[in-house]
Design a protein around this ligand. Sequence first.
Ligand SMILES: O=C(O)c1cc(C(=O)O)c2c(n1)C(=O)C(=O)c1cc(C(=O)O)[nH]c1-2
Ligand SMILES: [Ca+2]
Length: 698
Amino acid sequence: MLSCALLVACANGFQSQEPAAAPPPAPANASLGDPGAWTSTGRDAAEQRYSPLTQIDQKNVDGLGLAWSYKLDVDRATEATPVVVDGIMYVTGAYSIVSALDPRDGHELWKYDPKVSRDVDRQGCCDVANRGVAVAGGKVFVGAYDGRLIALDAKTGAPLWTADTVIDHKRSYTITGAPRVIKGRVLIGNGGAEFGVRGYVSAYDADTGKLDWRFYTVPGDPSQPPENEAMALARATWYGDQYWKFGGGGTPWDSMAYDPELDLVYIGTGNGVAWNRKVRSDGKGDNLFLSSIVALKPETGEYVWHYQTTPGDSWDFTATQSLILADLSIDGKSRKVIMQAPKNGYFYVLDRTNGQLLSAKNFVKLTWSSGIDMQTGRPMETPDADWTSGPKLIFPGPLGAHNWQPMSYSPQTGLVYIPAQQAPALYAPDNSQTFKGKGLWHLGSQPIALPEKPKELQGIADLYKGQLVAWDPVAQKAVWTQDYATIWNGGTLATAGGLVFQGTADGRFVAYAADTGKKLWETPADTGVMAGPMTYTIDGQQYVTVEAGWGGAFPLALGGISTVAAVKPQARVLTYKLGGSATLPAVDLAPETLPPPPPVTASAKVVGHGRELYNRYCGMCHGPDAMSGGVIPDLRYLTADKHLLFNGILAGAYASKGMPAMMDVLSADDADAIHQYLIQRAHDLQKQLAAGSGKAGG
Ligand SMILES: O=C(O)c1cc(C(=O)O)c2c(n1)C(=O)C(=O)c1cc(C(=O)O)[nH]c1-2
Ligand SMILES: [Ca+2]
């Protein structure tokens, strides 16, 4: 919105008493009259995560202190952005549990636990996350992890209606995203594309919970005529009939935005299932609408336009990341844009009236593509991109150059604050994969095994780097950056006080100068922080809130390799104000002691088979090669009684605690081999700890 020259003026303004200019409110923001409000997950329909509040600013931010904290029930994926509506704060935690709090002091007004059955843990890829609620008309709407959309009374938490959003319970459908309420309809997508589902967004009547419309993101049964024009358009870009067996994917599991003036709702869609295009579509076709931004009419769900960020996606290059609407001055003209920084590493600026690509530039190092062809709007793939014929190390990998951690946009600085990361992956094909049923991963790739030598392992860990990137969307370049020790740092909040707030994977909550990137304040959170912060005023006092807590895809799938992110998950709502003097309740950060492991009794061959099985069936949550990221138990630390109960646990003894039964895919011999492998890994760790080189805890 502001040119570079103006940006400098803004920066100078902060150094003098008065800011150079009052922040121009973005037109898309205008509907939200109260500057102290934060009424939906991205603050408003434009989802900028920019607050016009100025009580906390660059000069006084170092006076921030804890006002209050609130403990969430489950120390797993803590990903929600709170909202404050009519004087009540609504937060969610793992397993979709909703709490209503007094935003002045954090005392609980009510709590609603949808009692998601703990054996659903196997149905989702990336932890039992929930990213927040929508509030409208005296109701709170939450998507439960098991696929229910639930309306609650905003004052009492009493359930008002429940809709089952799942079209097929024989498939692994989940909900992790926040609903959005648009024109009396509650919109919600779903997840499950790593397992085998067909993605869609559904719209329910906010009053009654009755289904109004549903937009599928990928085509249906190829033996039937397409359901509508959008599906006919999509169908022409898919090959063979395998995709239908897998479900196709394209799950819109997180972001949406709405432009009331154009009356368009924007959704971001996810990857294909299987990831490997050879497996799902004979290796051909763009496979619409995978990894796309799609504009729909909110009253009918009718397709209006789409832009596909990753045609024929084979990398899990999901385009579900934050969608931000703003009006930018480009080449002297004010343009209504939509911005996204999807997993694939490009920052996109599109004309949101028609989906035309205005510009795109990579914001991190990429090896899969050398740029976007502005004629065709398509990425130019490098020879290193195609892993379907043999293993390739590719930047970025499925954790993405930017994942669900929300980015923000400040109309004051004209910058977008991206929680970016360098997170490569080794992709190796399994071109023979067929659909095997619910609760199983269908990627068309082989499971991860890490190098065994500690030095080589450290070399891999060192490849994972986090960065806060302050990005100029007009010039398409970074204006400043802040480097982090590892990936999976938190979402961002921008304020008119000239600040950017962000939590970090290594357990801090930090404020930076939005214009220069200078660190102005930080405080320990005693846990990794991933969620997006928010801010609000009540009784004339400005507060900043973040849900602190660790979990999600990185610590589950890969977290054990990182020694810096080894902060214990501790799910809490933390709220700060100027002069706040509350004490953060202490957390026991001492590493666990390793119980002495029993002897390995199996042959090296059986242990090797156990490793293979472990990485295939257990590693996606407990961590590859039995190195947990600290959220899900580290199986090298099994106690004597758990060793005794091992096969019983695999048969479902701990299903109610979140450890699903696995004996539908494992034989008794398989279970024994996995057990022997884990005992071997406990001995390996014992040796490392004795030599002083191992990481305790995880
Ligand atoms: O394809 C999907 O359906 C799907 C769903 C989800 C989800 O719902 O959380 C994630 C992903 N994919 C994904 O690729 C991903 O990296 C991811 C990270 C997280 C998280 O909460 O940390 N969820 C998801
Ligand atoms: Ca995915």
